[in-house]
Write a protein that binds this ligand. Structure first.
Ligand SMILES: N[C@@H](CCC(=O)N[C@@H](CS)C(=O)NCC(=O)O)C(=O)O
Length: 214
């Protein structure tokens, strides 16, 4: 099993947390030739990471990869409880991918102060903070986001928050976590799979920022 990924990639970290939680062995390989290279797109047509290969199967999209892993390795389930609880778990991971993280990603274009558009950057930062505030009202940790054990709902946010905690201060901002989110953060970062992956992505992000974020 091969995961095309690099340590600084938050969507790769989401899948790596799921793989580590399930105890699945895999090889992590950077995309040959880089993102969207002709060489990599022969394997993963969209050219994005994470990309995943298991025998005949070669796919991308973190959510699709995790759902495949869930079906193939149901031991240590990441979709748990009643149908309603599993729906809430799926909702939280989509909330991350579609409504929260894109606002943070949009700030990457403004890391370099010499080409920064302050108005655009501030709008993205405000949108990100508004979604973070909303998230606190959407959750009731048990102590994981939607369950007593780690679920799919918990996999995407840790690396995004690790990145935000480094990136936002460079824009003169701070991540503000509400009381429920703060409580959940204590639980999730102590989980061995989450700790292992986010420790690595934190260091990779610091190195990336140190090199100018390019
Ligand atoms: N929806 C995709 C998002 C993947 C994504 O945006 N990956 C980033 C790295 S975290 C990437 O490949 N960036 C390079 C590019 O956009 O060309 C998923 O869930 O896997």
């Amino acid at each position: 099993m091969i995961l095309y990924a690099i340590p600084v990639s938050t969507y790769s970290a989401k899948v790596r947390i799921a793989l580590a939680a399930k105890g699945i062995d895999y090889e992590m390989v950077p995309p040959p030739g880089g993102y969207s290279s002709p060489e990599y797109m022969k394997i993963i047509p969209l050219g994005k990471i994470p990309g995943f290969v298991d025998g005949e199967l070669a796919i991308s999209e973190s959510e699709t990869i995790i759902e495949y892993l869930e079906e193939r390795y149901p031991q240590v389930p990441l979709l748990t409880g009643s149908a309603a609880q599993r729906a809430r778990q799926r909702f939280m991971t989509r909330f991350h991918d579609l409504w929260l993280e894109p606002h943070l990603r949009a700030t990457f274009a403004h890391v370099d102060p010499s080409t920064r558009d302050e108005a655009e950057l501030n709008a993205h930062l405000d949108d990100y903070q508004a979604r973070l505030k909303q998230m606190d009202s959407l959750i009731d940790p048990q102590p994981y986001l939607v369950s007593e054990t780690l679920s799919i709902a918990d996999c995407a946010f840790p690396a995004t928050f690790t990145l935000a905690d480094i990136l936002l201060p460079s824009f003169g901002r701070e991540s503000t976590y509400g009381p429920r989110l703060s409580e959940w953060r204590k639980t999730v970062y102590a989980h061995p799979a989450v700790k292992q992956v986010t420790d690595e992505s934190r260091q990779a992000t610091l190195d990336w920022m140190g090199s100018g974020g390019g």
